[in-house]
Design a protein around this ligand. Structure first.
Ligand SMILES: *Cc1c(COP(=O)(O)O)cnc(C)c1O
Length: 375
């Protein structure tokens, strides 16, 4: 049987929570489990306000309404990221300026990003690849200097830290994903974090279809009305109940994934020391949350050969990402020149299987296949 790249893991409490949400009698959004999840994030990570969303993509979309993104606004973001980082801005007519990756890490090159700033720039989006932090002192200082909104794509970054402070707590906004492929999952699901209090009041409205339902439920207003733009971003209690089961096991999940990650690294260090392959450089200022383990091959040909070899040996390994500026939808629209580091990571990166139930024995086996390839 093929070793999968990812396998969702269930804590065993999900169904129990869903049953209890149903018994409670409130199964649409913003009920008991949604509140429990919000409290978890706000209490554990110090986020100012949080809103569960139907996906991370939707968290971005909700934020673009709050930031009032308009035709002609410019948004700077890395090219080496997922489409969800960009498409919500494009839907509202923004112009995207893609920045390159660092020479030694897929994360955004902030010096390059700073050069892209113009009078029209409104937002800087950073994405912490694999839960490894972007240099946030630098990102914050650029945003302060040019008066930009800072947005953290924290889809990979649950329970990861920059100089001891949780990722997702630096930006005016941050978005997390609970898609099946992420460390903590509700199948589909996301979270919008708002750290700038100025956006909170309107967020309650946009979150619930442009109505003042939240204020009405609290008894702050007499009538429940349509008062602003909005959409249906709040997930049902079924999703929140599922998510809460996963959150209650987060320490165990993170420790297990980090152990697997470390086991890979120890096993593959000899190959890296011989210069056959590159392993990941993790700066001192950041933790690693075991979201992704990847190797960097010498060139595209070697990467594709090794991917073939792994897949022939029943190991499902994959590349990551086709840079957004070269994607079919966008390549004709891109005007920003070559982004050599983003392209190099896209050409040479190999992600290895990493999921909760992956045993050390299977990791050894995968590493043996990689060692075989080089012999
Ligand atoms: C997974 C992912 C998203 C989108 O998450 P969804 O919850 O599937 O919408 C956004 N950005 C990055 C970097 C991701 O990896």
């Amino acid at each position: 049987m093929k070793i999968p790249f990812n396998k969702p893991w269930f804590t065993g409490k999900e169904i129990q929570n869903i049953t209890s949400a149903a018994a409670f009698g409130h199964i649409s959004g913003n009920g008991l489990y949604t509140k429990k999840c919000h409290e978890f994030f706000e209490n554990n990570y110090g986020f100012h306000r949080t809103f569960l969303t139907t996906s991370c993509t939707d968290a971005f979309e909700m934020a673009t309404i709050l930031m009032d993104i308009k035709e002609g606004d410019e948004v700077i973001m890395p090219s080496f990221t997922f489409v969800s980082t960009t498409s919500p801005f494009i839907l509202r007519g923004a112009n995207i300026k893609f920045a390159d990756s660092l020479p030694d890490h897929p994360n955004i090159d902030l010096d390059h990003a700073e050069k892209l700033i113009t009078e029209k720039t409104k937002v800087l989006v950073v994405m912490h690849y694999g839960g490894v932090a972007v240099d946030m002192d630098k990102a914050v200082s650029i945003c302060n200097k040019y008066n930009l909104i800072l947005f953290e794509d924290a889809a990979h970054s649950i329970d990861s830290y920059y100089r001891g402070k949780p990722l997702g707590s630096f930006g005016h906004f941050a978005a997390f994903s609970f898609h099946e492929t992420k460390n903590i999952s509700s199948g589909e699901g996301g979270l919008l974090v708002i750290n700038d209090p100025a956006y909170v009041k309107r967020a309650e409205i946009v979150w619930e279809k442009g109505t003042n339902r939240a204020a009405f439920t609290r008894g702050d207003v007499e009538k429940y009305e349509w008062v602003d733009l909005g959409a249906s971003y709040a997930p049902s209690e079924m999703i929140a109940a599922f998510l809460y089961a996963q959150l209650s096991m987060i320490t165990d999940i993170q420790q297990t994934r980090i152990q697997i990650w470390n086991h890979y690294l120890e096993n593959l260090k000899p190959l890296a020391n011989k210069g056959l392959i590159n392993v990941i450089n993790i700066p001192d200022f950041t933790t690693n949350n075991g979201h992704v383990f990847y190797l960097i091959a010498k060139d595209k040909k070697q990467r594709n050969d090794l991917l073939d070899y792994l897949n022939k040996n029943m190991i499902h390994a994959v590349f990551h990402y086709i840079p957004l500026h070269l994607s079919p939808y966008y390549k004709e629209k891109h005007s920003g020149g070559e982004l050599i580091n983003a392209v190099r990571f896209a050409d040479t990166l190999i992600r290895l299987p990493l999921f909760y139930e992956l045993t050390p024995e299977v990791v050894d086996m995968i590493c043996d296949v990689i060692k075989d390839y080089f012999e």
